[in-house]
Design a protein around this ligand. Structure first.
Ligand SMILES: *Cc1c(COP(=O)(O)O)cnc(C)c1O
Length: 372
């Protein structure tokens, strides 16, 4: 079976992990800061905080933004559930705003209320949202912008790299094996604000700090818990893998682009296949390669046809609020009609660095064959 996405692990990665196992620290050691510094340098942010996964990164960035009971968080319905669940973790209410033809939050349809505290634009598939419009609107209302860039490591918006936080307060990433870079499980928050950075570091580890004490120190061992945090730490073993992966990241991103270009070329004259594509002011880093087919029935049949022929695609995503849990909270079908229509027509084709030309040619042949 050819999956839609999978990790690339080199000999260098294996050596890095093995070597990390021999170090004094398996967790809370020096590899974490090394990984954070190298990652911040790659995306162009001042600070980076590594955590246990992308969901923890979302939760902590919402907490750092002060999101709490009675507040609202706006996000896209076309995302992984975690982008909205982080609001619920904080006792806040997720509000879904409808998408444009690329599957991105549509600035023209955003409405902020008195209660809106945070907005989480999701760079769906790897194509950045219209961030300057979103940031400008959010700034005028004092709303914190947290980019969910789990799909968009290596993407560019105008002259800024996603993660440099030019158009946001914080940006979060995931290092799950299907993403651009993996640590097994892992995540990162980037920011240019020292205040957010300090809060995130404390929250990642129970809210315990050794600097800026509120009570009097009892001695060199003294640390105190100042806020309710979590154990969302990442290990040194994972960061050793992350560092090794980071040194290969540019080639991973390049390979994804080459694969996407081949798909674009192959499908450009097929009127039944629409692609979610590059825009002139934005560079897609292609976590996903999504095609849009004419209707729900064709999407179903294509999925089964490809699966029967050894290609396991995926559909990203069922609009978050159509999950039974969200329905139980009162969200209803019809809330974001464009996201629902979009969901009905999309399918994510295989794209990952190790996808061979032969494998990709098979995918293209089957997709074209299906429509002819
Ligand atoms: C993968 C992903 C997450 C969650 O990341 P985990 O590391 O799996 O917790 C959040 N948002 C989006 C858009 C994702 O793709």
């Amino acid at each position: 079976m050819i999956p839609y996405g999978r990790q690339h692990i080199s000999e260098q990665d294996k050596d890095a992990v093995l070597s990390a196992l021999g170090n004094d620290f398996l967790t809370t050691g020096p590899k974490i800061e090394k990984f954070e510094i190298a990652f911040a340098e790659f995306v162009g942010s001042k600070y980076a905080v590594a955590v246990s996964n992308g969901t923890a990164a979302l939760h902590l960035s919402c907490l750092a933004a002060g999101l709490g009971k009675g507040d609202e968080l706006i996000t896209s319905p076309l995302t992984f559930v975690a982008s909205a669940n982080c609001a619920l973790y904080c006792g806040a209410t997720p509000k879904f705003s409808d998408i444009d033809e690329d599957g991105l939050l549509d600035p023209g349809r955003l409405t902020f209320s008195e209660k809106t505290k945070v907005i989480i634009p999701v760079h769906y598939g790897g194509l950045p949202c219209k961030m300057s419009e979103i940031k400008e609107m959010a700034d005028s209302k004092g709303v914190t912008v947290i980019e969910d860039a789990c799909h968009a490591l290596g993407a560019t918006y105008k002259d800024s790299k996603i993660g440099d936080c030019t158009y946001s307060h914080m940006t979060i990433f995931s290092f799950h094996p299907v993403k651009h870079l993996t640590t097994g499980e892992g995540g990162m928050i980037t920011t240019n604000s020292k205040e957010f950075y300090d809060k995130l570091v404390a929250l990642r580890s129970h809210g315990i700090v050794s600097d800026g004490l509120k009570n009097e120190s009892h001695g060199p061992w003294y640390r105190e818990m100042q806020m309710l945090g979590y154990n969302y730490r990442i290990t040194d073993i994972q960061c050793a893998l992350g560092l090794s992966q980071l040194s290969q990241l540019s080639s991973f991103i390049e390979k994804r682009k080459i694969i996407a270009d081949r798909y674009n070329e192959a499908f450009k004259d097929m009127d039944k296949i629409g692609v979610v594509n590059q825009k002139s002011d934005r560079i897609n880093s292609y976590h996903l390669y999504v095609i849009k087919v004419p209707d729900v029935k064709m999407r179903y049949d294509l999925f089964i046809y490809l699966k029967d022929n050894g290609i396991l695609c995926q559909v990203h995503y069922l609009p978050v609020y159509l999950n039974p849990y969200y329905e139980s909270l009162g969200y209803k079908k019809g809330l974001c009609v464009d996201a629902e229509k979009f969901y009905g027509r999309i399918i994510s084709l295989p794209i990952f660095p190790d996808l061979t030309e032969t494998e990709q040619a098979k995918v293209i042949r089957l997709v074209k064959g299906f429509f002819s």
